[in-house]
Design a protein around this ligand. Sequence first.
Ligand SMILES: [Zn+2]
Length: 189
Amino acid sequence: MRDVFLETVSSILNRYIVNFKALKQGEHIFNFDVDNDFFAEFKESEISRADVSVNLVMQRHSNMLELHFSMEGEVEVACDRCLDRFFIPIIYNGVLFVRLSDGILEEEKVDDVWYINSNEQELELAQYIYESICLSLPIQRYHGILSTSEEDCDKGMMERLNSMSVKDDDKKESDNDSRWDKLKDLLKN
Ligand SMILES: [Zn+2]
């Protein structure tokens, strides 16, 4: 039963594997769709719904692969202001270099370059695509950002959140007051 489950899980991420071994030198183009099923594979992800097109132009050299990614679409995140979930547009362009070599020493390795053994046949790109989409998200996400509408913010929820934070402030002040009273009592004695 468990094996069946694992098989279906990996079959989703298998769509994002490129088998380069048989490819001739030169340019090769791949397209991937990133959807809800993709993000379901990443349990730690805050994104559960997505519709992103990934275009990959790969240059196959004798000992190196050069991968030019462009990703475009939208993903669903929570609004920082009203907590409601909404879709924001995503655009990402990046290059990944993969060196095929058996004899590279650890100290010769450079960040942003993948090193793989020359007898490898495939590249698993799901993790790279996932991280690229997460990195392209703005740090603050709220209705009104990147062609979304501020009008869509849940006004009722914002009022409730605001009144909660006012009550918190009141509470802190009264705590301070009672501490101050105790201190005054001590000073009197
Ligand atoms: Zn909002």
